[in-house]
Ligand binder design. Structure first.
Ligand SMILES: CC(C)(COP(=O)(O)OP(=O)(O)OC[C@H]1O[C@@H](n2cnc3c(N)ncnc32)[C@H](O)[C@@H]1OP(=O)(O)O)[C@@H](O)C(=O)NCCC(=O)NCCS
Length: 399
């Protein structure tokens, strides 16, 4: 029987939910009636699948996000729910469904695609590479208790009226972090009340003039020793005093909660502020990226205003039709520009090399060692690295 790759609509809801449960786990059984199949036409979700007759063999969703890269926002296709039916694994149905999904995402204007893989090896052939991560860590509360701000910082509990200021503080943090989602748009629908009322508390750190310098969004555990005692989903600040005040506040729970569980970027500033080595990873997830539109992925990114460069490279081996080819990249006036062009030289990037290079995740030296960059003038490698110098990567929103 022949297989078909297609967009999935509401008619596939029940089969899609069954496939998802098989792979990722069935919800705990209840005595009530079976849950309604999840809807496949939720805003911001685009489901793709492979069918054989009336059987669903594979599925994957493209989720609409926006993400910060190089100081500006790019449309992102976030991959979720990737599943191949147990009996169809190894039959080669994953590649076609991912390709159809990525072509659809490209048509709707996505410039990069990202995901949290269950295993990175699944997605390398499609051109994804790890550029950042989310790390959940346990820190003894006592190690935070002594942290104090050097200057004056006031802590107070957020009210719904503060929600937009909290979002703007997040924006200010995220704007400097390659990979961070904007938390705005169709896929982020949290109301003001949910933002400050969902957690046990959102604590604001304010300057004497009322400016918001940081916040911590925290959830108290059960207090009976089962599960984490104090979970902090966001702890973000724009100044060190706000970090110290918020961490010190969390440490003040030491007599009743011995551990604080922090969600961090893999390379979080909080680590630099701690005086103790105690920092235990409890969950470590990689964030992978693939470029869907080479010109848009480079063009408009900020670079050093002191850098003037005219460079070129070839992309080779991409699964997306038409993406391979020669590209000219220039830097001037603090901005990068990229367009298709005839370029001299044989500097050639693989899709995975491009993902690492465009986000500054790895220098050219590493790309060459990994075989993801070949040819070209090695003396030019430093200029390519300078194009993305100073980038920091991170993401806090799991999907
Ligand atoms: C992961 C899954 C979608 C792969 O489907 P599949 O039909 O077995 O995939 P393929 O045989 O086409 O393999 C694709 C690639 O993934 C690799 N791969 C598959 N499972 C892997 C694993 N668990 N760890 C590392 N690599 C894996 C294969 O080696 C292959 O690599 P290649 O492209 O270099 O040859 C399927 O096993 C599945 O549904 N698993 C359960 C749900 C899941 O983990 N989904 C992924 C969520 S991010």
């Amino acid at each position: 029987m022949t297989t078909t790759v297609r967009r999935l609509g509401p008619e596939a809801s029940a089969a899609s939910q069954r496939l998802g449960h098989e792979a990722f786990g069935v919800p705990a059984s209840t005595t009530g009636p079976p849950a309604e199949p999840r809807s496949l036409d939720l805003p911001g979700w685009h489901w793709w699948g492979v069918t054989e007759g009336d059987r669903l063999l594979a599925q994957a969703a493209d989720r609409e996000f926006d993400g910060w890269f190089g100081g500006r926002v790019l449309p992102v296709a976030g991959i979720a729910g990737v599943t191949v039916a147990a009996e169809a694994r190894g039959r080669g149905v994953l590649g076609p469904v991912l390709l159809a999904l990525l072509e659809g995402a490209r048509e709707r204007g996505a410039v990069v695609s990202t995901m949290f893989p269950s295993a990175p090896g699944i997605y390398r052939r499609t051109g994804y590479e790890s550029i950042a991560g989310v790390r959940v860590v346990d820190v003894p509360s006592a190690s935070l208790a002594g942290l104090r701000p050097g200057g004056e910082v006031t802590l107070r509990r957020a009210e719904p009226v503060d929600a937009e200021r909290v979002r703007r503080l997040y924006d200010a943090w995220a704007a400097g972090v390659d990979g961070a989602l904007t938390r705005r748009g169709v896929s982020f629908t949290t109301t003001d009340e949910e933002l400050v009322g969902g957690p046990t508390g959102v604590t604001l750190a304010e300057a004497p003039d009322g400016r918001l310098l940081g916040y911590a969004s925290w959830l108290r555990g059960r207090g009976d020793g089962s599960g984490p005692e104090l979970v902090v989903d966001d702890l973000l600040a724009t100044e060190v005093d706000a970090y110290a005040a918020l961490l010190g506040m969390l440490g003040s729970f030491a007599s009743v909660a011995s551990t604080v569980r922090l969600r961090t970027t893999a390379d979080d500033l909080v680590r630099v502020l701690l005086g103790s080595l105690a920092w235990t990873t409890v969950q470590d997830e990689l964030y992978m990226l693939k470029v869907l539109d080479v010109e848009a992925a480079f063009t408009g990114a900020a670079c050093s205003p002191a850098l003037t460069a005219a460079l070129g490279f070839h992309l080779s081996g991409d699964v997306l039709p038409g993406l391979d080819g020669a590209y000219a990249v220039t830097a001037s006036g603090g901005l990068v520009h990229c367009e298709r062009a005839v370029v001299t030289g044989d500097r050639t990037l693989s899709p995975r090399g491009l993902a690492l290079l465009v986000t500054g995740a790895r220098p050219c030296r590493d790309l060459r060692a990994l075989g993801l960059l070949v040819g070209g003038d090695r003396a030019e490698d430093a200029t390519w690295d300078a194009l993305v110098a100073g980038r920091v990567r991170g993401v806090l929103d799991h999907f």
